[in-house]
Design a protein around this ligand. Structure first.
Ligand SMILES: [Zn+2]
Ligand SMILES: [Zn+2]
Length: 280
């Protein structure tokens, strides 16, 4: 199978280079399609999302590239949108404003419903631990449960096509605070898988944790992917590229892992819909 990538970040958000550099590299790597999914604007200062007011620059830039490469490679426009209850704009509003081809949802900040504070789970361990202490009073079970509950609420109310790296909460854990074998943790993951199943939402198999050396396992872990297979939940692969060189990182290895699990096809975006691409 030729690699593809629907999860990429260019210099419009926290990626390294201009979108065209990614498309050039995609051609060199013989990708069958590429989608841009910059972090959608959020209403607070940060170093990673598109700045409010710069969204149309992003949209126009990608549309130009779609045209330029029309006969070489399919290029799509998307956004990776954060869902934070009562904080972020609806996915539908972005989807309509930018006429997105497809939508990716992701939780990078967990809201404590009791105090409204946000726990950033995607940065270095120091910030993760500080947030856990200040926002959830070191109650890891509460923090992690809030992460999964927010993810389920995102699936149910925002209806993204794909959820990115849905067990990213494990990245900074590494058995420091909890074991993923604990009953309560498994129950949170299982409940979230039920949401995927119910809404036909695609699980993204995200390779970034592995090739950045931040995890030993994919997002989500192999055990969770086995459950996806049993439940017949659709999956796709994304490398979450922040640099053109990241575009195909750990793609082929992931295909092999999925084949071993017994997964037979991947979701692939073609023209205006998701189709099933057979694995061999
Ligand atoms: Zn993300
Ligand atoms: Zn991303």
């Amino acid at each position: 199978m030729k690699p593809f990538n629907f999860h990429t970040h260019s210099f419009h958000c926290d990626g390294s280079s201009k979108p065209e550099d990614y498309v050039q590299k995609a051609l060199e790597f013989e990708l069958s399609a590429i989608g841009f999914s910059s972090h959608a604007p959020v209403p607070f200062d940060n170093t990673w999302s598109i700045k409010p007011g710069k969204l149309s620059d992003y949209e126009n830039d990608i549309r130009k590239i779609v045209d330029v490469y029309r006969n070489s490679i399919p290029v799509y426009l998307s956004l990776e949108m954060d869902y934070i209850p009562e904080v972020t704009q609806s996915f539908q509003s972005y989807s309509e404003k930018c006429k997105l081809d497809y939508t990716i949802g992701g939780v990078h900040l967990v809201k404590n419903p009791k105090n409204g504070l946000l726990w950033f789970i995607d940065g270095p361990i120091e910030g993760y631990e500080k947030g856990l202490k200040e926002i959830f009073a070191y109650d890891i079970k509460k923090g992690v449960s809030a992460f999964y509950s927010q993810t389920r609420e995102m699936i149910e109310t925002q209806k993204p096509d794909i959820v990115a790296h849905f067990d990213k909460i494990k990245m900074n854990n590494k058995n420091r605070f909890f074991s993923t074998d604990e009953k309560w943790y498994i129950s949170e993951v299982d409940k979230t898988l039920e949401s995927f199943k119910k809404h036909g939402t695609i699980v993204e198999v995200n390779t970034r944790g592995i090739y950045k050396g931040k995890t030993d396992e994919l997002f989500p872990s192999v055990g969770v992917l086995k459950k996806c297979h049993q439940l017949n939940i659709p999956v796709t692969i994304g490398t979450d590229a922040h640099h053109p060189e990241d575009l195909n990182k750990y793609f082929n290895e992931t295909v092999e892992i999925l084949e071993k699990i017994g997964i037979r096809s991947l979701k692939f975006f073609k023209s205006d819909r998701w189709i099933d691409l057979p694995l061999n």
